[in-house]
Design a protein around this ligand. Structure first.
Ligand SMILES: [Ca+2]
Length: 482
């Protein structure tokens, strides 16, 4: 290790070894320490991108093995774009309540939105920074004596709302933007329509050819080791497989050779990214095993929204079949995501849970596992009962979604799921669509005309929920000024 590389590492080690740690102060003699928590979040990974969820071209042996050792959720939901899901996981609150209903750059792009005269509705002015007054899961865990590590994508605030301001002891890579300029070393350059110069903060020297996902795992592993015997929360939010769709050339070539017209997935670059994501999940799990920590570490894996079905460099990125549509949309392809959990002494092996769950639940679940006290009202529910027995029920009446924005896959829309029923309400013209997800997972048969009583009932409940959480609505461009 070079001297330049070793100095920050030594500083980190000294920080973690401080004798008056909160954990020592809070744990009574004989009391078992709370489990370590690892939350791995993929970015834009679709529900059926993972092999054990039906991915065909993609290879995900580590995630498949992880699912075989824990609980795999088949009806797990996120919001339809990045930042809202991330804010929900951090706070346990519905993003509509937080007024964080679109991704950060979109929230900031008011002028561009105002100029879109081809659009009937003007989306609301939304929040682009998660307020520091919100209690995050990192702050709760810190109170319990955890070391709190954020590694990877952040995307819920600027420097004044960075991981360091939201309860994390360490932040490697977390910043305001949503996608790196490139996945290849040195991971920097102009990016996005504004050509903003983006770099990944907190990384030391690297080497040419290095891939960002591998590099973040290197850092995460160092932090696990530096934690020593203290409980830690590792919030590992990979950028992968979000755009730019860039695979390692040798892996891309392997997938290119496997392509044939019968496959649903046809993008070898994207397949290569998913393979690297999977390898890095495997690296974390193997490291926990090697260090003897696996039996004392709860691990969660999820995605922040559905798979991206638009084009990148002329190629369709993914296909969420059997689900309809993709990222941005409130059809299942935009919001249903892979979600796998393994909690030692809690989860059964290879269990499948069909209960609908949602991203805010991750907050409540981690809080319960850590023995943290949640003092504010939250919208999430702890899944610990479901993890113990996946046939349990959460006793939740309905799940709600609110995206009062435009995206290539949708116009402004709200949606809810109650039992097998799914209602979508489109705000441009108020039209309603009703699907029975048990019989029609692909949302191909709109039953709104056939079931007017159910539509009325759900629409009324959805409207009440919006009022209850203070959801912001888009307005008509031709509405008279108030
Ligand atoms: Ca995303």
């Amino acid at each position: 290790m070079s001297i330049q590389n070793s100095i920050p590492f030594i500083a980190l080690a000294l920080f973690f070894c401080h004798p008056s740690s909160a954990a020592d102060a809070r744990l009574r003699p004989g009391q078992a320490p709370p489990p370590n928590i690892v939350l791995i979040l993929a970015d834009d990974l679709g529900w059926s991108d993972v092999a054990c969820y039906g991915g065909d071209l993609h290879r995900t042996p580590n995630l498949d093995a992880f699912a075989s050792g824990g609980v795999r959720f088949t009806h797990a939901y996120a919001m339809s774009v990045c930042s809202p899901t991330r804010a929900a996981i951090l706070t346990g609150k519905h993003p509509a309540r937080l007024h964080i209903t679109t991704w950060r750059e979109s929230s900031l792009g008011r002028r561009a939105e105002a100029e879109r005269t081809d659009r009937l509705l003007l989306p609301p002015v939304t929040a682009h920074d998660l307020p520091c007054e919100e209690t995050t899961i990192a702050e709760l865990l810190k109170e319990r004596g955890y070391l709190t590590f954020h590694v990877g994508k952040w995307h819920v605030g600027d420097a004044a709302h960075s991981p360091e301001t939201q309860g994390f002891d360490v932040n490697i890579g977390g910043t305001h933007w949503g996608a790196p300029s490139t996945y290849f070393h040195p991971f920097r350059g102009p990016s996005g329509p504004s050509r903003e110069f983006r770099y990944v903060p907190g990384l030391g020297l690297g080497r040419p050819g290095q891939f960002l996902t591998d590099r973040l795992t290197d850092e995460a592993i160092k932090l696990i080791d530096a934690a020593g015997t203290r409980p830690f929360f590792l919030n590992l939010w990979f950028h992968n497989p979000h755009t730019p769709i860039e695979g390692k050339p040798e892996i891309v070539e392997q997938f290119r050779r496997k392509l044939h017209p019968g496959l649903r997935h046809q993008n070898p670059e994207y397949a290569a990214m998913i393979q690297v994501l999977d390898e890095n999940v495997g690296r974390i799990l193997r490291h926990l095993n090697r260090r003897g920590l696996a039996q004392h570490t709860a691990v969660f894996f999820a995605s922040d929204n559905g798979g991206y079905t638009n084009l990148f460099r002329g190629m369709r990125v993914t296909d969420n079949t059997p689900l309809r549509s993709g990222k941005g949309s409130l059809y299942e392809g935009g919001i249903r995501v892979p979600f796998i959990a393994r909690v030692p002494n809690v989860t059964a092996k290879g269990a499948i849970c069909n209960e609908p769950v949602i991203c805010m639940d991750i907050f409540s679940t981690i809080a319960e596992l850590a023995g943290a006290t949640v003092t504010e009202p939250v919208d999430g529910k702890s899944l610990v009962g479901l993890l113990r027995d996946p046939k349990n029920r959460l006793g939740r009446d309905a799940l709600f979604f609110h995206f009062p924005h435009y995206y290539p896959t949708t116009t402004p829309v709200s949606a809810m799921r109650r039992g097998d029923w799914k209602l979508l309400e489109y705000h441009e013209d108020g039209h309603l669509e009703l699907y029975n997800l048990r019989e029609d997972i692909a949302e191909q048969h709109d039953l709104a005309d056939r079931e007017p009583a159910i539509v009325r009932d759900l629409k009324e409940q959805l409207g009440r929920w919006r009022l209850d959480v203070g959801a912001q609505m888009p307005i008509r461009r031709d509405a008279p000024a108030r």
